[in-house]
Design a protein around this ligand. Structure first.
Ligand code: NAD
Length: 337
């Protein structure tokens, strides 16, 4: 891409703090001279029968067409009976791997300053298959689905990621001692793929032990690959190691080359509409999107501006102990650019 060719990408501002932090991304990208043509998409107000969700067919088509996008958080009302927006996106677009880098930010002190790991979460099945029902009154059942196809696909992605990003080790996280068939199959697939990558150190770690090791010494880990539910929990744990949910980005990798970046956090209803949200996680997700598009120069410029603004310490949002508003913090990043 040259700076004169606009890059078409889908943008879901999302719910809660979503529109505030999406605005921040737009401003920072403009300041960095990234020539974006955002295809803004808004979720419908009633269920679209073609998707059985508030996500419309047009929303999905936009991502299918553009192949790349940035997504703000989407709220899921608890127990309202309709399909979760995030689950619909992951299923319908076959977003099979969720890649979440988690690293210590220079200049922002936490308990550790050497965290540099990547969690890769299987994104389409496991406990999140959406198959729950009541057996009899007082007894409910939830089905955990693990397939060879989805497990191979995410294991292959994890090892390839490790190889192409100069990573040394892949840890498969599981509970196969208890869930012998489901997690057992997941592990079998990881074992199989690991054999094709003898240069990458491969280990299997039980999830409970993994949590203990992560909080004790996160530097023990490099790339972690795991089924859906474990990935959801472990990646929030990892966010906590480096300063919280306001900081951690992610990228959903789909079939047919689709890449949809999103912050790890949710819609933060407690601070929505108050100009208090930290836009860093969505901005860094935008940086991942730019790297995916091979716009490395702009990606590095924006990345440095964010890191320098936080390190300088003058403008920080409340989650990082500061008093800046979202707009002030965004302006400081633009000034750094
Ligand atoms: P949450 O991530 O929205 O909030 C957890 C805590 O972190 C809150 O105190 C919030 O204020 C804080 N926080 C999160 N992002 C922040 C930011 N950028 N800056 C400053 N503080 C931030 O989690 P929740 O409250 O459990 O979920 C709220 C809603 O979001 C739910 O409807 C949930 O389903 C949805 N959700 C969506 C996604 C997604 O779209 N990928 C992910 C998680 C949760």
């Amino acid at each position: 891409f040259s700076s004169t060719t606009p890059i078409k990408a889908t943008l879901f501002p999302g719910d809660g703090i979503g529109p505030e932090i999406a605005e921040s991304v737009k401003q920072v990208f403009t300041a960095a001279d990234v020539n974006m043509d955002w295809d803004e998409q808004f979720v419908g107000t009633e269920v679209d029968p073609r998707t059985n969700s508030f996500l419309t067919w047009e929303n999905l088509e936009s991502v299918r067409k553009n192949k790349v996008g940035l997504k703000g958080p989407m709220a899921t009302p608890i127990g309202k009976g309709h399909r979760s927006l995030n689950l619909t996106l992951r299923k319908e677009l076959n977003l099979y791997a969720n890649v979440r880098p988690c690293y210590s930010l220079p200049g922002y002190k936490t308990r550790y300053d050497d965290v540099d790991l990547i969690t890769i979460r299987e994104n389409t099945e496991g406990e999140y298959s959406g198959l729950e029902h009541q057996v009899v009154k007082g007894v409910v059942e939830s089905l955990k689905i693990i397939t060879r196809k989805a497990s191979m696909r995410v294991a292959e992605y994890a090892f390839l990621y490790a190889k192409t990003h100069g990573r040394k080790k892949v840890s498969a996280i599981h509970k196969a001692n208890i869930m012998q068939k489901t997690d057992g199959l997941f592990l079998q697939c990881c074992d199989e793929v690991a054999k094709k990558y003898p240069e990458i150190y491969y280990e299997k770690v039980v999830i409970d032990n993994c949590c203990m090791m992560l909080v004790k010494n996160p530097a023990l880990f490099d790339v972690l690959v795991m089924p859906n539910l474990y990935g959801d929990i472990i990646s929030d744990l990892c966010a906590g190691l480096v300063g919280g949910l306001g900081l951690t980005p992610s990228m959903n990798i789909g079939e047919d080359g689709i890449a949809l970046a999103e912050a790890v956090h949710g819609s933060a209803p407690d601070i929505a509409g108050k100009n208090l949200a930290n836009p860093t996680a969505l901005l860094l997700s935008g940086v991942m999107m730019l790297r995916h598009l091979k716009l490395n120069k702009q990606a590095e410029q924006i990345h440095s501006a964010i890191i320098n603004t936080i390190a300088e310490g003058k403008y920080r949002t409340a989650d990082l102990g500061g008093t800046s508003t979202t707009t002030d913090f965004t302006k400081a990043i633009c000034d750094h650019l």
